[in-house]
Design a protein. Structure first.
Length: 137
């Protein structure tokens, strides 16, 4: 399974990232983890993948060339080039939302951090992306 992880560049919750990846991996063993190279999210996801012998593809945005449009341009290229089987949508902003919509339009299943579907098998939205409530202790 090739999983693309999408989320906001300000997401800094390692536990959320690792638990979400654990949920997906338990149901769909991952061979490749794909991410956009954000400083925190990317490091947390790569650390998780390396501990589980999952290959990593990193697609950093070219801020120097594209400025504020860099994330959107990178996300479109990453989605097309990386050939994901599924998308894990972590909390993010407009660029994450656009990537989720593009993945849905391609017919990809998009999961939230709890492993619940944001889209069904034909890419139709099931519900909206929001930061999950904390799980009970």
């Amino acid at each position: 399974m090739r999983l693309l992880v999408a989320g906001g560049r300000h997401l800094n919750d390692v536990a959320l990232i690792h638990h979400a990846l654990d949920r997906v991996h338990a149901r769909h063993p991952l061979a490749v983890l794909i991410h956009g190279g954000h400083a925190f999210l990317g490091i947390a996801a790569e650390d998780w993948a390396r501990d589980r012998d999952v290959h990593v593809l990193r697609y950093p945005a070219n801020w120097r060339l594209h400025g504020k449009r860099a994330e959107g341009i990178r996300n479109a290229f990453m989605l097309a080039d990386s050939r994901p089987d599924m998308v894990l949508a972590l909390p993010g902003g407009e660029d994450t939302r656009v990537l989720v919509m593009a993945a849905s339009a391609r017919g990809l299943v998009v999961l939230d951090p709890r492993g619940q579907r944001l889209t069904d098998h034909d890419g139709a939205p099931c519900r909206t992306l929001a930061r999950p409530e904390p799980e009970p202790a």
